[in-house]
Design a binder for this molecule. Structure first.
Ligand code: ZN
Length: 148
């Protein structure tokens, strides 16, 4: 399992999985080996324990290619997260602005309620004055009819 040749690239397509492989299509867990060929000395690769150099039905994948795919996928995910984060930040700013508008609206409504309470107190005192005037008028009429 420690020697490979360049024909193993066709087996990369069999794996159908990006990044670092974990299982072969046959279901076996893949392991990492070191190439001892003259063409790729010391190069790491993932391979199915059931596979061999000539058997193209089992997984074979260079570790450096797998890591590059992992980094590419992570970069795509990172880009998506950056976009999501900027959209989230925009939403947060919009919510903060809306909250400020609502807070100022609440302050306006509290002022209106305060003015209404003051007007109500004024109305009650005016009604008391009117009531007192009405009682006085009634008394004057009553006295007038009695003594006239
Ligand atoms: Zn396999």
């Amino acid at each position: 399992m420690s020697s490979v040749n360049s024909s193993s690239n066709s087996r990369d397509r069999l794996a159908k999985q990006r990044g670092i492989p974990t299982r072969c299509n046959c279901g076996e867990k893949v392991a990492r080996f070191t190439s001892r060929t003259v063409k790729n000395p010391g190069r790491l690769f993932y391979c199915c324990p059931m596979g061999s150099e000539k058997d193209k039905t089992h997984l074979f994948k260079w570790t450096d290619k797998s890591v590059v795919e992992e980094i590419e996928d992570f970069q795509e995910l990172f880009d998506v997260l950056l976009i999501d984060n900027s959209e989230f930040q925009r939403s947060v700013r919009a919510c903060e602005n809306m909250l400020k508008r609502h807070e100022s609206r609440i302050e306006e409504m509290e002022d209106a309620v305060r003015r209404c309470q003051e007007k109500t107190i004024e109305c009650i005192s005016e009604l008391r004055i009117i009531k007192a005037l009405f009682v006085c008028c009634l008394l004057i009429f009553f006295i007038y009819f009695i003594y006239a």
